[in-house]
Write a protein that binds this ligand. Sequence first.
Ligand SMILES: CC(C)(COP(=O)(O)OP(=O)(O)OC[C@H]1O[C@@H](n2cnc3c(N)ncnc32)[C@H](O)[C@@H]1OP(=O)(O)O)[C@@H](O)C(=O)NCCC(=O)NCCS
Length: 189
Amino acid sequence: MAPVFSSSRRWCAASSSGALNHPGPLIELAAASSSDAGLIRSLLDGYLHELGNHGDLPIATTDSVSYPYLDLYWSEPGRHAFIIQCGRRAAGCALVRGPTSTGSAVHQLAEFYIKHGSRRLGIGRRALFAIWKRFPGQWELNVHKRNVAALQFWASCIEAATNAAPQLSELRTRDGRHVRFNFHVEHRG
Ligand SMILES: CC(C)(COP(=O)(O)OP(=O)(O)OC[C@H]1O[C@@H](n2cnc3c(N)ncnc32)[C@H](O)[C@@H]1OP(=O)(O)O)[C@@H](O)C(=O)NCCC(=O)NCCS
């Protein structure tokens, strides 16, 4: 937690123009359709269960059955579901809301998950950079304040991908305190 707030230096390092091509394992960001819903739900089960450990308060949504938004990814314009593949295996998933869905200029990373056993290999970073390459522009994401690993992950990836410090703010929701990151990702061909 400390590095996220204690030092502005972490945020000032300019990224190189090739930052979004950071080295790491080969991954594929595969657009998911409704036929992949079962796989995404099984990934969300692990993800939501883990997130429940980070909130200050117990939350209602601790498994994919009580997650109300997944079907919208097949019906609402501007929502994008991805399976993150490494080799031939699903290593995780990402749910993205573009401006058509958020109703503003902002993209949101609604959910982002890398399975245990696939972590600390650079898969999350590669997947995130692939998402930002596909959807440059204004971004917003919220992280549980107690989710230290995720805070470190976002700090490190945002620093590598942008040339400017993100705006950080704290907010309180029904499941506790969150840190909100706002930042801009440049278009790269
Ligand atoms: C957070 C998460 C997405 C990271 O995915 P990952 O594939 O393991 O991350 P990477 O290997 O690409 O890590 C990139 C950098 O992020 C930071 N980082 C990642 N995991 C970290 C951890 N557990 N502790 C500290 N720093 C971490 C490091 O700087 C790392 O670079 P390094 O390995 O060279 O030091 C994964 O742990 C996860 O899915 N957690 C549960 C769900 C979650 O919290 N999602 C985010 C919700 S906001």
